[in-house]
Design a protein around this ligand. Structure first.
Ligand code: ZN
Length: 144
C-alpha cells in the first residue's frame, strides 16, 4: 500500500438530483456548496443520455463513450477529495439499457439526469489532494 489517511465520519446527506441536470455537476456543486472536501458518494436512478470516460492506458488519454439512449443508473460509487484546492468528485458508474445489458466507466460531464437519488457521506480529516501521478498519467491522490 502506497499510503493512506484516516478520516472520521461527519455526516450523511441524501438528496434528489434535478431532472435535466448534469449528474456529475449536481453532485460536485452539492459538495462545493456544503464545504465537503472529503467524502464518499453513491447514487442510483435513470439517465436520459450518458457519456462515460475510458482511460486508455497505452495512450494515457481518456476516450469518451456516448450513449444516446435512456439508461438506468444501477450503481454509482465515488469519492470527494481536493484538486487544485477545489472539491472534485471522482465516480464510476454502471448503467443498464432496456435489455438489462450493462455499461460502465468513469463519470464525466454529459450525463443528463432523468431521476436521481444520491447519498454523500462527508468525512473530517487531513487534506487529500490529487496531483499528476507519473506512473499512470492520472491525477491520483498524493501524500501531500
Ligand atoms: Zn475514474
Amino acid at each position: 500500500m502506497a499510503f493512506y489517511k484516516e478520516m472520521t465520519h461527519r455526516g450523511y446527506y441524501l438528496g434528489k438530483g434535478a431532472h435535466g441536470g448534469d449528474l456529475l455537476g449536481e453532485i460536485t456543486d452539492f459538495c462545493k456548496q456544503r464545504g465537503i472536501t472529503l467524502g464518499r458518494v453513491e447514487a442510483l436512478g435513470a439517465l436520459a443520455c450518458a457519456k462515460l470516460g475510458y482511460y486508455n492506458q497505452n495512450t494515457r488519454k481518456y476516450e469518451t463513450l456516448t450513449f444516446d439512449q435512456h439508461l438506468e443508473i444501477t450503481n454509482l460509487v465515488g469519492n470527494v477529495s481536493l484538486k487544485d484546492g477545489q472539491p472534485i468528485v471522482h465516480a464510476h458508474v454502471t448503467l443498464a439499457d432496456d435489455k438489462g445489458a450493462a455499461f460502465g466507466g468513469h463519470l464525466v460531464g454529459g450525463c443528463e439526469i432523468f431521476a436521481c437519488e444520491f447519498m454523500v457521506q462527508a468525512f473530517d480529516g487531513p487534506e487529500l489532494n490529487r496531483g499528476l501521478d507519473e506512473q499512470t498519467g492520472l491525477p491520483l491522490w498524493n501524500e501531500k
